[in-house]
Design a protein. Structure first.
Length: 154
């Protein structure tokens, strides 16, 4: 699966999270993507949310995480995994760069994440049409695209 290959190829030690280094984020992502129940997905979700985005503050590990979550939507995944991926996207895209990590203009962490998620727009639209509509709609609204998504659901 693509997302799992990206997890293995990411140099996690080069990224930061709310409490320091991001070396364990790859394992948390693996746990989320391979979860066999909503409860195990929730546990992995909170390991990620409390680290890559904590109380609305986005850290550098969010950038590769968004790439992995977007690519995870290509493969068949349980509903709880897809919802968790979309919710993490929403949390990051609605956040603000951590002090000291913020770049100006389009180079901000949140802007980089929005660009990555925008490149996977078709996957999020597919989730809106066929999958967890509310979670996908939340992400789509943040991307501010010019598509009337309500017409897709008809």
């Amino acid at each position: 699966m693509i997302a799992e290959k990206l997890i293995a190829a990411t140099p996690w030690a080069e990224y930061r999270i709310s409490v320091g280094g991001a070396s364990h984020i790859g394992e948390s992502l693996r746990q989320l993507l391979s979860s066999n129940s909503p409860e195990s997905a929730d546990a992995a979700y909170w390991q990620l949310e409390n680290n890559i985005v904590a109380q609305g503050t986005v850290y550098s590990a969010a950038v590769p995480t968004m790439r992995i979550l977007a690519s995870s939507l290509v493969d068949v995944r349980p509903l709880w995994v897809r919802i968790s991926a979309l919710e993490l996207m929403y949390q990051v895209l609605s956040g603000q760069d951590a002090p000291g990590e913020a770049n100006h203009g389009s180079n901000s962490l949140v802007s980089q994440c929005a660009k990555i998620v925008s490149e996977a727009l078709w996957l999020i639209i597919r989730e809106y049409v066929n999958g967890p509509r509310e979670a996908a709609e939340d992400v789509l609204k943040l991307l501010a695209t010019d598509i009337d998504y309500s017409r897709l659901a008809q």
